[in-house]
Design a protein around this ligand. Structure first.
Ligand code: CDP
Length: 220
């Protein structure tokens, strides 16, 4: 069974999707980490994010894989190298949406995501899972929260990772990516018509996971 989890940055998708996957013993596939890994490679190769041809070529010659670890964490491999921590850095976050809006990049990464989905029961989180990657997913969630709450959560998360960012930086980054992700031509961020909308503003992680588990129990 496929469970699709979509929504904007900072709404807590990855956190709740990971916990839910562990609870259900499903594979967890963080599709954003794949766009981030490709962004890292583009930066390492000094390819500007607006050079669509070079980036597309890079996407075709890159191997990205994900591994679910026993403790519930996820390891992201870029051409066989563990880049799990590196892809969370601000430089990557700054350019990832520009890379992710390139049609050919999406075609290639969506192909890999569909392959990963064949590995068994899984939860995928991203922006276009319920609309494009797995439009026939059995269960679809759209996880949202108010803009201020999303900024607060992401700020706390990055501080926890030891990053020296201000709340203002986080706010600017989220609104910039929200804008690019939801206005791009290729599979923009949208709630699928058959997705369950969850506004997580004011809810704890546990409360959100509980809502989702209940729904899966009834409809899975
Ligand atoms: O963790 P955060 O919510 O900040 O973002 P992410 O899930 O790591 O995704 C990073 C970026 O990748 C997003 O801002 C999108 O531009 C892009 N993305 C996408 O276009 N489609 C997906 N299925 C997942 C991510």
């Amino acid at each position: 069974m496929i469970i699709a989890v979509d929504g904007p940055s900072g709404a807590g998708k990855s956190t709740v999707a990971r916990i839910l996957a562990k609870r259900l013993a499903f594979l967890y596939i963080d599709t954003g980490s794949m766009y981030r890994a490709l962004t890292l490679k583009a930066l390492e190769n000094n390819i500007p994010s607006d050079d669509k041809n070079k980036i597309s070529e890079l996407a075709r010659s890159t191997k990205i894989d994900l591994r679910n670890n026993a403790d519930g964490s996820l390891t992201v491999f870029l051409d066989g190298k563990d880049v799990s921590l590196e892809i969370r850095k601000p430089k990557i976050t700054q350019f990832v949406s520009d890379i992710a809006k390139i049609k050919e990049v999406r075609r290639i990464l969506v192909g890999i995501q569909r392959q990963l989905g064949l590995r068994g029961d899984c939860i995928l989180d991203g922006r276009d899972i319920g609309t494009v990657v797995f439009p026939d997913a059995k269960i679809k969630f759209f996880i949202d929260a108010s803009a201020q709450e999303r900024v607060n959560r992401r700020f706390k998360e990055l501080k926890g990772l030891g990053q020296n960012v201000s709340e203002d930086d986080v706010s600017k980054d989220l609104s910039n990516r929200d804008k690019i992700d939801s206005t791009r031509e290729a599979s923009p961020l949208r709630q699928a018509a058959d997705a369950i909308y969850i506004d997580t503003t004011g809810l704890s992680i546990e409360q959100v996971v509980e809502k989702m588990s209940e729904y899966v129990k009834k409809n899975g």
